[in-house]
Design a binder for this molecule. Structure first.
Ligand SMILES: [Zn+2]
Length: 364
């Protein structure tokens, strides 16, 4: 039987918004990108956290990721976005998700809770949980957050690698510490508290280090990095230091292993011929720092170059085989590939439901 997988991060909605807003290509399959329903079935992918992401406006450099495959990388920090454009694009990408659900004949469900994911999977349906990668669509009063929550968003990255009214994203640099730039703004602190109150998971994957420690100080909920790796192995600014992982562990949070070779390899190269043993090295380190409940997958499918040994969602069993080869038992593998995400989402939502006076307050 193929191992079940619930994945913590993909950019499928971005690809569909760019290429096929009907979502047909997701339902019917094709060679494009990394994830569609057919390849998900072949790979055991039962669902995941689907990000909305607003690319830089056309006048800026066209590539989402900094280019070049050789030598040190020092990409400039991306410019900030207008809220109007961010909200337009975010709603358009969410619309693609809802269109996919509506036209899927029950095969895809947008899920808001771990129980809904479990129920969808039990019925043989694919589970999508919605995420905002960067909060540029949200204004200072946080009204958009309330509406996006009502639309099903249950996970949010305060920033992508860009400055916003909430904080400062970490630029892509290799080799580099993640300690680049200032921490959260007052509005960023309010956003974290509002997410805590609503039970929206707060994702620190694109946050710089000062912002990270601000989230640790402010948040009541488990802290997650949906798609980041170990800085001690691959010293890119987007990865987490051991001290950051210790802090995540203290919140009973979680780190999702990013499959992007740029965040995996010691030499920081983008190279498809990256062995899966590099991924299990990161997993070993994450497990050592975070424990068996604090590690999961965050593929970055459709947003990054992944090892050829995986290629796309249908190749997930190869990663599972590499984990078994590395000595991971069945129960640990199931925790990493499936259960841990649902558990941490559940913990986040339960904390929000507790009558502790941290209920969502209007913005400001
Ligand atoms: Zn990302």
């Amino acid at each position: 039987m193929t191992q079940r997988v619930f994945d913590g991060h993909n950019d499928v909605l971005l690809r569909l918004w760019q290429r096929d807003r009907t979502g047909k290509r997701f339902l019917e399959g094709g060679d494009e990108g990394h994830v569609d329903l057919l390849r998900a079935r072949r790979g055991g992918l039962k669902g995941g956290i689907f990000a909305t992401f607003v690319p830089d406006p056309p006048r800026a450099p066209p590539e989402r990721r900094p280019g070049g495959t050789n030598g040190p990388v020092d990409a400039p920090l991306h410019g900030s976005l207008s809220r109007e454009r961010a909200l337009d694009v975010t709603l358009a990408q969410l619309a693609v998700a809802f269109r996919v659900e509506r036209t899927s004949g029950g095969e895809v469900r947008i899920c808001r809770t771990p129980a809904e994911v479990a129920a969808a999977n039990a019925a043989g349906a694919f589970a999508m949980m919605l995420h905002l990668e960067g909060a540029e669509a949200i204004g200072p009063e946080l009204d958009e957050l309330e509406v996006l929550y009502a639309a099903g968003v249950r996970s949010l990255g305060i920033v992508w690698s860009r400055p916003t009214i909430f904080g400062h994203g970490v630029p892509f640099r290799f080799p580099s510490t993640p300690d680049i730039g200032d921490g959260l703004t007052e509005r960023g602190v309010a956003l974290v508290k509002a997410c805590n109150g609503l039970g929206i998971m707060v994702d620190v994957s694109h946050l710089n280090e000062k912002g990270f420690w601000d989230v640790v100080r402010v948040s009541d909920a488990p802290i997650v990095a949906t798609h980041s790796n170990a800085h001690v192995i691959c010293p890119v600014s987007r990865n987490l230091t051991d001290a950051q992982m210790d802090a995540i562990r203290d919140t009973e949070g979680l780190v999702g292993l990013n499959f992007a070779t740029f965040f995996l390899r010691e030499d920081g190269q983008r190279a498809a011929e990256t062995p899966l043993s590099v991924m299990t090295r990161h997993l070993d380190h994450l497990l050592e720092k975070l424990g068996p409940r604090g590690v999961a997958l965050g593929s970055d499918f459709d947003g990054a170059l992944v090892p050829a040994a995986i290629t796309d969602a249908s190749g997930l069993p190869n990663l599972v085989a590499a984990m078994a080869m590395a000595g991971y038992g069945e129960d640990l593998i199931d925790a990493i590939t499936y259960r841990n995400w649902l558990d941490v989402i559940g913990r986040t939502q339960r904390i929000a439901a507790e009558p502790s006076g941290t209920a969502a307050s209007p913005g400001g």
